[in-house]
Design a protein. Structure first.
Length: 167
């Protein structure tokens, strides 16, 4: 992985994108950009609030905008992207210039994790998993199942892959 490349953490809601992204950013001494935090900073509202008041399509457009903005920053960063962005063909093209880490877990674990936190909107994981999983697989450079791994183990796995890429 070239040093100038962004690392984008992708995956379903509740997969652990933020947690893994923070761990990678710390280990690599890189800035961390999180979709949910960027949206809240930009709008003063959570994704759940935006979906409830402006609609899901408006939220998805905003999620795409914050990812594109993060990818346009020159300094290499670790970016946790919203799950919906993978559905946009232009975004998938943009992700070709980044190292993508697909974070996944058993659907039951995803559902349990997604139910936590007031920033997430209520959604049945099964609504998107099959279609999005195919798209995540398309862009992923590495897959990390966080269902039975600690954060430290997940970070170490990605760092090992990155080190192998450098060889």
């Amino acid at each position: 992985m070239p040093e100038a490349e962004h690392i984008v953490v992708i995956g379903a809601m509740g997969s652990g994108k933020t947690t893994l992204g923070e761990g990678l950013a710390g280990a690599l001494s890189r800035p961390f950009h999180d979709s949910d935090r960027s949206i809240e900073s930009r709008t003063g509202r959570s994704g759940r609030e935006i979906a409830e008041t402006d609609g899901v399509d408006a939220l998805h457009r905003l999620e795409t905008e914050v990812l594109i903005d993060s990818l346009s920053v020159e300094q290499p960063a670790v970016i946790a992207a919203a799950a919906s962005v993978i559905e946009e063909p232009d975004v998938r093209d943009d992700l070709a210039g980044a190292f993508c880490v697909w974070v996944t877990a058993d659907p039951r674990i995803l559902a349990e994790r997604s139910a936590r936190g007031s920033h997430r909107r209520a959604v049945r994981q099964s609504e998107h998993l099959e279609n999005r999983d195919r798209l995540f697989r398309e862009v992923a450079d590495v897959v990390v199942d966080t269902g039975d791994r600690s954060v430290e183990e997940s970070v170490a796995l990605v760092l090992d892959v990155l080190q192998d890429e450098d060889k």
